[in-house]
Design a protein around this ligand. Structure first.
Ligand code: NAI
Ligand code: MG
Length: 332
């Protein structure tokens, strides 16, 4: 039995993780599942956004499945994002988002790409200072982070049978930092047996729309990856279909790309597919690939029968959609 911690979180987080858990149960996944708290509701209940008990539980787990959390709206200098904290504490340096259309009728563009995003540094150092005229933001790129994110992209590409990796950067302007990233990419790719390509980030944003079939796997820095992965999700059906993993060398936290969607929370309107696909990714990580594939096929088959939530032009609520998907799963 693999140990999995589930963190439902806030807003639609509990609704979509409940759906994902039902699907995991339906495939009889050999998992020992425990729940843990994190986020705003947890703070209101316990006084902590990320209690030590949750950290301890994660420490004992093989993987985690996370819904989403709501960030506090008012500025609080002492607030530290629990998700950023987890990424640091477990050194989850790679954010991996496989993006594709789960049915030809969903989405706008035939994009099928794995985005491998550096998750720990770049523009997200959180270090900003006033310099009299305005604010200076510190952006840090280290050799080690570049090396390991490229190596991770190579590993993912091989595992998924992709033939090329495209490095996305802005080295025409950020000559030293992004230039170094690009050079390290070229070096690491040499003996990989994979084709090395590279694109400026603005060209990559256009290529996703105009030449999607040229892109198989993107490896990129933190901010570029954040923006491009939302673009990619939008082109292939929206946030409701976009799974992801925060991956380190000893732990992985799987989560839908979307946030807690307070505008639809508690209304049974959330699309649970991103959470269900994140759970499938988790099964693959836990060496349960056949179960993952079955879940993925059930998503495509369900959408093929016109069964959809409102964001995808359908009429179903979260619960009914999940029930129908599990029925379809039973026929596969
Ligand atoms: P969001 O992703 O929660 O919502 C953006 C829009 O997409 C909303 O209109 C929402 O209704 C819709 N949407 C999102 N997921 C959906 C789903 N599964 N099915 C149907 N519609 C869906 O992003 P937003 O509104 O910027 O942030 C809301 C809260 O979530 C904020 O507190 C933010 O900080 C937090 N957030 C948390 C993340 C996480 O926990 N990893 C990631 C992004 C945002
Ligand atoms: Mg984002």
């Amino acid at each position: 039995m693999r140990k999995v911690t589930v963190i439902p979180g806030d807003g639609i987080g509990p609704e979509v993780t409940r759906a994902a858990l039902e699907v995991l149960r339906a495939v009889d996944a050999p998992l020992e599942i425990t729940e843990a708290g994190m986020g705003l509701a947890c703070y209101k209940e316990t006084g902590s956004y990320l209690p030590q008990a949750t950290l301890d539980r994660l420490e004992e787990s093989d993987a985690a499945l996370f819904g989403a959390i709501t960030s506090p709206v008012t500025y609080d200098a002492s607030y530290r994002s629990p998700l950023l904290h987890l990424r640091k504490a477990f050194d989850l340096y790679a954010n991996i988002r496989p993006v594709r259309r789960w049915h030809p009728s969903i989405g706008l563009v035939d994009l099928d790409v794995i985005i491998v995003r550096e998750n720990t540094e770049g523009m997200y150092t959180g270090v900003e200072r006033e310099d009299g005229e305005g604010v200076v933001t510190e952006r840090r790129i280290t050799r080690r982070a570049c090396q390991r994110i490229v190596d991770k992209a190579i590993e993912v590409c091989r595992a998924e049978g992709r033939r090329s990796v495209t490095c996305v950067h802005k080295s025409n302007v950020l000559r030293r930092s992004d230039g170094m990233f690009r050079e390290i990419f070229r070096e690491r790719m040499k003996d990989s047996g994979l084709e090395a390509r590279d694109l400026l980030v603005d060209a990559a944003a256009a290529a996703m729309v105009l030449q999607p079939n040229k892109l198989e796997c993107l490896v990129t820095l933190n901010l570029y990856g954040d923006i491009l992965s939302d673009e990619a999700a939008a082109l292939t059906g929206g946030l409701g279909f976009a799974p992801s993993v925060n991956l380190g060398d000893r732990f992985a936290l799987f989560e839908p790309t979307h946030g807690s969607a307070p505008d639809i929370a508690g209304q049974d309107r959330a699309n649970p597919v991103a959470a269900i696909l994140s759970a499938a990714m988790m099964l693959r990580y836990l060496d349960l690939a056949p179960m993952a594939e079955r879940i993925e096929r059930s998503v495509t088959a369900t959408l093929g029968r016109g069964i959809r939530t409102a964001d995808a032009g359908g009429k179903m609520g979260t619960r009914e959609f999940t029930t129908r998907l599990i029925e379809v799963l039973g026929t596969l």
